[in-house]
Structure formats: C-alpha cells, structure tokens
Design a binder for this molecule. Structure first.
Ligand code: LLP
Length: 495
C-alpha cells in the first residue's frame, strides 16, 4: 500500500480531547493495512482506488453515500476461512463446514460468491431464506437460526430442504418437530446451547451468558425437572421426537472477539456435554457448530488474528478433548460473518458542512475545575450517517476514516465525522485525525463497513439507503442498487 510522504505529519501533538488509544498518524494519507480490503490503494494523483477503480469515478457513476466492496477480497477472506479450518481439522473430522453468516451482509451476488468459494450459508429469518432461494443455493447447504421462528419460516425451511434448523428453545423444538411430522418429514436440527463463556465484547453482542434471550442453558436446574438443564431436556426431547433428526449441538459466544480462548473453551464445554449426552441417551450427535464472532480491525489498535491462528487454537482443544473423552470427533462447522465481509467494504461519503467547536478537556473529577483551557474539535458532516451505519450509536463502535478523493499535506486536526440526521448522537467516526484542509466536496472513506452496516441500515429522516457496488479487476457493478425517492414513497398508501 502507498506510503508516500510517510513523515509529513510526524511530530504533531495529540489533542487532549482524543481518546488515549488514538495516536496522531505519522502520515494521514497512509492506509493502515488491516482495516482495508486487499486492493485498496492510492493512485499517482493521490485518490483512493479499489480494484483499480478511482473513488471519484465511483462517486460520479453511483453517487454517495455508497458501500464499496472489493469482490476479490471477499472471496479471498471466505477461502482463507475455509482453507485454514479445513487444514487444521483435516485429521480430526475431515475438514470444517464454513457457514457464512448472512445477517452481516446478504444479497444474491454474495450468496453466489459464497457458494463458488465452497462455503455454506447461515440465515436468520424467512427474508434471508428468500435471498438464498433467489440466489439458487441448494437448501442442503443452508442453515436457519433465530430465537422466534414463525411457523411459516419453519415450513419454508422444511420446504427448501434445509441442511439444518438451529433450535433455540424447548418450545421451538416441539414446534419444529410437530410441523415436520405433520407433513411426514424429519427436520434436521441442531440445538443452540449457552455454554456460559463470557466473551469480552459489548454486552449487546455477547450471547453465551445466561441472562439473555438466546439458547438453551447448560446450567443444572434450569428446567422443572430437578437437576436437569434445559440443554439436556432438549437433547432428550429431540432424540425422542419422530419429527426430528438431531444432528448435534451449536453455540455462538458473541461477536467481535479477538482472543481464541473463548472459542476453544466453548468447544471443550460442548464436547464434554455431547459425550455425556451420547452416553446417557445412547445416541450419536455427528455435528458440532462453534458459531462465528471473529473480530476485525475497525481502528489501528484492533489486532485481528489470522483465520489459521484461530483454527489452530480451536483444533488443538477439539483434538485433545475428543482424545480424553475417547469419542469420535463430530464434524465441526463455524459461522463467520464479520470476519469475511467486514473489511471488504468501505463507505464512501461526500463532505458537506464543517464546523469547529472548542471543548474544555478538563475531566470533571480531576480537582482542577478552574482550568479553562479549551481545544478544538472539528465536526465534519457527511451525506449519510446513522441510517447507513448504526453501529456507533448501538454499540459505541469506533471507526476510522481517511480523505479519499486526494492526499493532503495539511496538519492533522482532531475530527468527528457526523451524519446528516436530526440527532446529536448521529456519529459515524467519533474520533479521527483528518487533514486540517478537508473541505466541502471532498470524499471520505470509512473502512470496515461491510458487516452490520448495510444490513442494519434504515430510512430514518427518509434518507434513501445507499447502494452496494462490487469492484473487481478494474470494473464495478451494483450488486444492490441504492434506493430512490420513489422507493421511499411507494409504500405510503396516500391520505
Ligand atoms: N452465528 C450466530 C448464531 C450469530 O448470532 C452470529 C451473529 C454469527 C454467527 C456471526 O457473527 P460474526 O462472525 O459476524 O461476528 N450487529 C452486531 C453483531 C450482531 C451479531 C449477531 N449474530 C454488530 O454490528 O456488531
């Protein structure tokens, strides 16, 4: 990646308003590699390019805001997961089935890439199943999740011949079994368990602790029957139900997790439980799904692990636990979403209004209340916001940004990139150093927006949701078109 002029911004002091983790970059024009798709670079004129295409061209052709996805990078990340996990688990269970978590970003083009790269698809609703069906992926390669699947969704899953329905509760187990049985079928079921592993991530994206809505508890006494866990009751019920083929167990401990130990610990807990249940109920559960949740770099301080490293850590635990328990290892599957699509995409915005405020950096409790020194913070407004990236508002997520339409030698200025919504919390990038000469009409690129941004987008303030453009080998095409004013109005039934 371009590193031209790498010392131009060196030596500038950090703003007292900046969070501790945010360093003043030595070069504001440089691209911190872990945050960007593989083909992103700057051309000789200084403009950001992706797949050989200049962002200015993308803006002219498709407008802004725009999600810009590097197709080759998506395929490479998908393959990296498949190949690394296959290699690490080859001698344990003959490889791993990788289900791309469609909730992170889904459209028919992506389903096709996923299939072509040898992955499968994890869906979480009837709507996501509809995309899978439209893309023509074989039902056998699709999984369905959700803590409150409707009868219609369950029926659709059975009609599509889904490879697995991941059941989330005892209630649902009976419903799935009864619906399947009523039409003379057997539903292929996995049971989602909560192994009680605490994931170090935001509370709303941690999912394996007890006090939340997902999964069957593995803790004893979580049912009416003395001593029995909800997980065990579900195993017993599933193996006895004529409408159910119990494939095995599932867990997902949370999202945006960097350390592999949580995944490894969950794997060990589930394997011990699987072995105990196989023994007690004289059954075989041939599959174990360890979910997704692998973290990516949103800012320079995030240090994601390569897929091979995570795979090795998980394989070591699965190998040793199965040996200790003297069981045949189940076929392992995983469900990465963010780690495949997150870094493939940046959002391209156009800068509009700018203003600088002066802020007192004195902490309220530092005993120095009459220190009246103020520092500048520059608000850089862009033409999107919380409607195309809700993550800063929802999870206090940090992002980064660069000036994309050109390079600049201007001094770094602590900036806050904000959207155009009628909401003061409408922040896209809370803290970032941008060149002091950023002006209206400049383009900004925010990396790491491939996962849970378009997917979580809204029409707040009647903004049209942006399109998604895939760039590859010097050419670009819309894979999801942006909404028009017509789209915004066409569900309004009139007075
Ligand atoms: N499997 C299951 C059962 C899941 O619930 C999820 C994510 C995944 C796999 C994929 O997780 P990933 O590898 O993408 O982290 N909206 C939040 C994340 C919610 C995650 C929901 N489930 C965010 O923007 O951080």
């Amino acid at each position: 990646m371009t590193n031209a002029g790498s010392t131009v911004h060196a030596g500038h002091a950090a703003s007292p308003l900046a969070p501790e983790w945010l360093q003043v970059p030595a070069d504001l024009n440089a691209l911190h590699e872990p945050m960007w798709a593989g083909s992103v670079d700057r051309n000789s004129a200084g403009a950001l390019t992706v797949g050989g295409v200049d962002v200015q061209e993308l803006k002219e052709q498709f407008g802004t805001p725009l999600f810009v996805m590097d197709e080759a990078d998506f395929r490479a990340r998908a393959r990296a997961f498949k190949d690394s996990f296959d290699a690490a688990f080859a001698d344990i269970c003959g490889g791993v089935d990788v289900y791309y978590a469609g909730k992170s970003f889904l459209c028919t083009a992506v389903v096709k890439w996923v299939e072509e790269e040898g992955l499968r698809l994890d869906t979480a609703s009837g709507g996501e199943l509809a995309v899978a069906a439209r893309a023509g992926i074989a039902g056998e390669r699709v999984a369905l999740h959700g803590n409150n699947k409707s009868d219609a969704e369950i029926t659709r899953a059975l009609d599509m011949g889904l490879g697995r329905i991941v059941v989330d509760s005892l209630d649902e187990l009976v419903r799935v079994g009864d619906i399947a049985r009523a039409s003379g079928r057997k539903a292929k079921v996995m049971l989602r368990l909560t192994p009680g592993v605490h994931a170090h991530t935001h509370e709303f994206i941690a999912t394996a602790h007890e006090d939340q809505k997902f999964g069957l508890s593995m803790a004893a006494d979580t049912t009416d029957q003395a001593g029995l866990s909800a997980a065990e009751e579900a195993v017993a019920a599933a193996s006895a139900h004529p409408g159910i083929e119990l494939l095995g167990l599932h867990c997902h401990i949370g999202s945006q997790i960097f350390e592999p130990d949580g995944f490894a610990l969950a794997a060990e807990k589930l394997l011990r439980f699987l072995a105990a249940m196989q023994d007690k109920y004289s059954i075989t559960m041939p599959e174990l799904d360890l979910g997704g949740g692998y973290g990516i770099a949103y800012t320079p301080v995030d240090t994601p692990r390569p897929a091979a490293e995570i795979a090795a850590a998980m394989a070591a635990v699965v190998r040793s636990t199965c040996a200790e328990l003297a069981i045949k290892a189940p076929r392992i599957s995983i469900e990465p979403g963010r780690a495949i699509v997150g870094s493939t995409t940046f959002t391209l915005y156009e800068v509009g209004t700018l203003k600088t405020v002066r802020v007192d950096a004195t902490a309220p409790d530092d005993g120095d209340a009459d220190n009246n020194v103020t520092y500048p913070r520059r608000y850089v407004s862009v033409d999107g916001g919380m409607s195309d990236n809700a993550r800063p508002v929802l999870y206090d997520a940090d992002y980064s940004a660069v000036l994309a339409s050109r390079t600049s030698m201007a001094a770094p200025q602590l900036s806050r990139v904000v959207g155009k919504h009628c909401e003061s919390g409408d922040i896209v990038v809370r803290d970032v150093y941008l060149p002091g000469d950023v002006a209206a009409g400049d383009l900004l690129a925010v990396p790491g927006t491939g996962a849970y941004c378009w997917a979580l987008s809204s029409n707040y303030n009647y903004l049209a949701r942006p399109g998604v453009v895939a760039v590859r080998d010097g050419s670009s095409r819309l894979i999801v078109r942006g909404e028009t004013e017509e789209d915004l109005l066409n569900r309004d039934m009139g007075a």
